[in-house]
Design a protein around this ligand. Structure first.
Ligand code: DOR
Ligand code: ZN
Length: 346
């Protein structure tokens, strides 16, 4: 029997929502993860320090009794964001990053940024104090093919921004392409990239071949196989530039299985088992600790968690609930499509 023990991992990109959905999905993350970077794309979005402090209280109140979990809050960058509020937010210790959504790029991104010039004072303040910018890296122009939007974003938006403000610390969130992998590799220590669990497992065929599978649809959308392989290589490389951000994003089934279905894969429940499977396939189980437990804290300048978590490979496959039941409806748990034998020990 094989066993691995890791420092308790963190999720450096997570959607928890609010209200009944928060109540239903938070235990799925808190069971295995010590901390998570909490995405601010609520309706209305989490824009100010006061918004983030209120949301953080609601998360803590929704935790199951006796669970230790620390939400690391982010602010949603708008063209009206006040640099002084961002500085106060960083100083409070509650807020660990500011999220850039290009307006229209994804779920609840309408209040995001249309013109980067208008947020330069905020970005300059962040560069000065070392607060990371968490970037949804896709352009939104209708003429750019959806499968090219990440690579085009790097060329047209991210690279020029980093030339203009080289001290700005940037996390390229949920990279999905070999171009993303390559750009992150060369960025020096002001740049990092998160990788989701599902992008290590699915390519675009999983979404579209043999019938449309809405539960595999997320943004950035999964790309060709060569990109999935590049992500696997990066995640298992041992490079400190890459770490886990699940982008676990719950939507009720009624809105996933819909004529205009929402983007998001819900992987909080089975992420760690899936990662152990992937890292073992890549012959890199020894690199899982860096990816899930060490590289993220190093970039965010936080201590590695002191607790541990153990996984054990057993003959029988893991069994997860197919759905998490919330008061607003069921949420389908990501199905990798193959048996997984790495059990997280309680
Ligand atoms: O698939 C996604 N779902 N990508 C995002 O960027 C947002 C997220 C959500 O909030 O549902
Ligand atoms: Zn996300």
């Amino acid at each position: 029997m094989q066993r691995i023990i890791l420092p308790r991992p963190d999720d450096w990109h997570l959607h928890l929502r609010d209200g009944a959905m928060l109540q239903a999905v938070l235990p799925e993350t808190a069971r295995h993860f010590a901390r998570a970077i909490i995405m601010p794309n609520l309706v209305p979005p989490v824009v100010t320090l006061a918004d983030a402090a209120g949301y953080r209280e609601r998360i803590l109140a929704a935790l199951p009794e006796g669970t230790a979990f620390e939400p690391l809050m982010t602010l949603y960058l708008t063209e009206g964001t006040d640099p002084a509020d961002v500085e106060r937010a960083a100083g409070s210790g509650l807020v660990k990053g500011v999220k850039l959504y290009p307006a229209g790029a994804t779920t609840n991104s309408q209040s995001g940024v249309r013109d980067l010039d208008r947020v330069m004072p905020v970005l300059e303040a962040m560069a000065r104090i070392g607060l990371p910018l968490c970037v949804h890296g896709e352009v939104t122009s209708a003429e750019v093919d959806i499968f090219d939007r990440e690579a085009v974003f790097i060329d047209r938006v991210l690279a020029p921004l980093r030339r203009r403000l080289p001290e700005l610390r940037v996390v390229m969130e949920h990279i999905t392409t070999e171009e993303g992998v390559a750009y992150a590799a060369e960025g020096g220590d002001t740049l990092a990239a998160t990788i989701t669990t599902h992008h290590l497992i699915i390519n675009r065929n999983h979404i579209l071949a043999g019938g449309i599978k809405p539960h595999y649809y997320c943004l950035p959308v999964a790309k060709r196989e060569k990109h999935r392989l590049a992500l696997r290589k990066a995640a298992t490389s041992g490079s400190p530039r890459y770490f886990l951000g699940t982008d676990s994003a719950p939507h009720v089934d009624a809105l996933k299985e819909h004529a205009c279905g929402c983007a998001g894969c819900f992987t909080a429940t089975n992420t760690l088992s899936l990662l152990a499977h992937v890292f073992e396939e890549e012959g890199a189980l020894d690199k899982l600790e860096g990816f899930a437990s060490r590289n993220g804290p190093a970039f965010y300048r936080l201590p590695v968690n002191t607790g541990t978590i153990a996984l054990e490979k057993r003959a029988e496959p893991c069994v997860w609930p197919a759905k998490i039941i919330s008061e607003v409806g069921p949420v389908t748990v990501f199905d990798p499509g193959f048996p997984v034998h790495w059990h997280v020990l309680p």
